[in-house]
Design a protein. Structure first.
Length: 379
């Protein structure tokens, strides 16, 4: 299992790191250190007609997506654990690790063009104590809760899946932020690997008059183009690559996503330690929970820490939050409404049973900056 290493120090690792040759960090006289490369990204498009995407997602198919989310969480957890174990075993082998570019990017939250209500989960949660046991969002159809929505998609085999995403401030005003594994399997296929029939439903909820059916009060937004870091599409890197963005097409009667529901801002490249974070999603299950149905938006609040503070190349964000399957891709955001992470994976045992309430995000540093810059450049 992974170790919550912010709470203990491993002397042997620190000793080994202290023995790293100085030539790894100090340039020889007369030499200028090479500028670190900006991370590469993978760009792709959804060719299916937007209306065909919307028509595909019947209530029955959405139910199938929700039913598959728990299995998806187990696969992601196994992959992430294997990657973390490998990284831990190579903790002293730092010579092959590239220095990060130290990129930063930020933008403020954007309110919708017209007020959708006065309640604000961001404002209400700005000064609350740590709340690892997720609660239902009290006003899910009011701004800013409506920026968070359900993502549904199919894989190459035609199997339905679900995630969470959030409208994010970007050029073009039609962009969703989520986890990389919600748009691409990370299997090395590049632009050909992005999932199909990807749909974003902000403010998604169950139909109160017909249980098991869903409603889309703010429209159904079909994906148009995708951007994910090669660290995900090629390397399946959970430490810093499990993040992505995609643009959407406005359904009839709507102008753009930002005007409709608003958009969260972002603060990328500022580290992994944050206070008073609000984590939102549409979980279909949770750690020791039986009340999550995949149709209801939940949220946790609390501090986020560097998951492995003694290992400088693993800066994943770790938060105590019991949301589970279906919350993948949901935003970890500051009280000011700026995304600093996206739900990626949990910890499970060898029987795929979740062992704690730790919820992890990939580091939102250079890779996140590269993705948002690419989205802005292509709008």
């Amino acid at each position: 299992m992974l170790v919550r290493s912010t709470r203990r120090t491993t002397a042997a690792v620190l000793m080994a790191m202290a023995m790293i040759p100085a030539t790894l960090t100090t340039a020889s006289a007369g030499e200028t250190p090479a500028a670190p490369a900006v991370p590469a990204v993978t760009v792709g498009k959804q060719a299916t007609d937007p209306q065909k995407v919307r028509d595909f997602w019947t209530p029955e198919r959405v139910k199938k997506a929700l039913a598959n989310e728990k299995g998806d969480q187990s696969v992601v957890a196994r992959d992430a654990k294997a990657a973390a174990d490998k990284a831990a075993s190579e903790a002293t082998d730092t010579a092959g690790r590239a220095r990060g570019a130290g990129l930063t990017a930020e933008a403020p939250q954007v309110r919708p063009a017209k007020k959708t209500g006065t309640a604000s989960t961001m404002a209400a949660a700005a000064d609350v104590p740590e709340m690892p046991v997720a609660r239902k969002v009290p006003f899910p159809q009011n701004s800013p809760a409506t920026v968070v929505g359900k993502i549904v998609f199919i894989d190459d085999a035609g199997k339905e899946h679900g995630c969470t995403g959030a409208s994010i401030a970007a050029d073009g005003n039609n962009t969703v932020w989520t986890a990389g594994h919600c748009v691409h399997p990370g299997d090395g296929r590049g632009s050909d690997g992005f999932y199909d029939l990807v749909l974003f439903i902000p403010g998604y909820k169950e139909d109160p008059t017909s249980p098991g059916d869903y409603q889309a009060p703010w429209g159904e937004w079909a994906a148009r183009s995708f951007v994910a870091p090669q660290a995900w599409t090629r390397d399946k890197d959970y430490e810093e690559g499990d993040l992505a963005a995609f643009t959407v097409s406005a359904p009839t009667g709507y102008t753009n996503l930002t005007d409709t529901v608003g958009a969260l801002g972002y603060k990328f490249g500022y580290g992994s330690d944050w206070s008073d974070i609000i984590d939102s999603g549409f979980p279909g299950e949770g750690f020791n929970r039986t009340d999550m149905d995949g149709y209801t938006q939940f949220y946790c609040t609390g501090d986020v820490v560097d998951a492995v503070d003694w290992y400088p190349w693993d800066n994943r964000l770790e938060m105590d939050c019991d949301m589970g399957a279906g919350a993948s891709g949901g935003p970890m955001a500051t009280p000011e409404g700026r995304i600093v992470g996206a739900n990626s994976h949990v910890e499970t045992d060898d029987n795929d049973v979740r062992i704690n309430d730790n919820l992890y995000s990939s580091d939102h540093g250079d890779q996140a900056v590269a993705v948002i810059n690419a989205i802005n450049a292509n709008n």
